[in-house]
Design a protein. Structure first.
Length: 247
């Protein structure tokens, strides 16, 4: 009977202690006035990672236009501003998720309009704007960050750009159209969780933001021409930088 009572007491005690061990972390610290004390804080359990949102800015110069662009806009670099959202499709173990995304961007270039190249008479301002949408397939290789605490994420991307352009003088649209082309790029991101892990955990608990990052991306856009009605607004190489959040 004595052995049975001891077993029952031990089982009952374990029922009370197991949830605490699973859900709380006890931290010991010493104070001069009160000696050893214990601080109990909830264990952090990261929320699932489903998608990533990015905002960006960078130069964009349509190099495929050649000398006419340089004459009209004097090498104007834009800039190009944009945003992207990538859904995580499937995670490759130890490497990272395959993502499918869409991006939006806008750029505008301005210069002095002239009546004729020979006379050089200024007749106002000329402008060219480009709004483009991109469908992307990428691979967020975050194995270094998840497995080795090295806060780097590498992301190669490929996709298709679809752009709508307008050009005109002093606010009047004189021509517009659509252009299509291939998109390719590579991104390197620095996750910022290591700066303040507790703040990063609170951000996840409150808003579902698993990770925040700053990034640099190099890319090319082969926007036209595939027909006589498409303006060649592509560039072989440019870059952008921005801020990203993984939810």
């Amino acid at each position: 009977m004595t052995f049975a009572r001891v077993a029952i007491c031990a089982a009952t005690l374990s029922l009370f202690t197991m949830p605490v061990a699973a859900q709380e972390r006890r931290t010991r610290f010493d104070t001069p006035a009160y000696g050893t004390e214990w601080s109990v804080t909830p264990e952090y359990h990261p929320s699932p990672e489903n998608f990533t949102v990015e905002i960006r800015i960078g130069p964009y110069q349509p190099t495929d236009l050649g000398p006419p662009y340089n004459i009209a806009f004097n090498g104007d670099l834009g800039p190009q501003i944009g945003a992207e959202i990538d859904g995580h499709l499937v995670r490759i173990p130890y490497l990272g998720p395959i993502v499918l995304g869409v991006a939006f961007g806008w750029a505008e270039w301005n210069g002095a309009a002239t009546a004729a190249v020979s006379s050089g008479t200024n007749v106002g301002d000329t402008g060219l704007s480009l709004v483009f949408f991109t469908g992307l397939l990428g691979w967020r290789i975050d194995g270094l960050a998840r497995n080795f605490n090295i806060p780097l994420v590498l992301t190669p991307k490929v996709g298709i750009d679809t752009g709508y352009w307008q050009t005109g003088v002093t606010g009047a649209t004189q021509a517009d159209g659509w252009t299509v082309g291939f998109h390719y790029g590579a991104q390197v991101a620095l996750e910022l969780d290591f700066l303040d892990p507790r703040a990063a955990h609170r951000l996840d608990n409150a808003w579902g933001i698993n990770h925040s990052e700053i990034y640099f991306e190099a890319y090319g856009a082969e926007l036209g021409p595939f027909s006589n009605h498409m303006l060649p607004l592509g560039t072989a190489f440019t870059w952008c930088a921005g801020l990203g959040f993984t939810f």
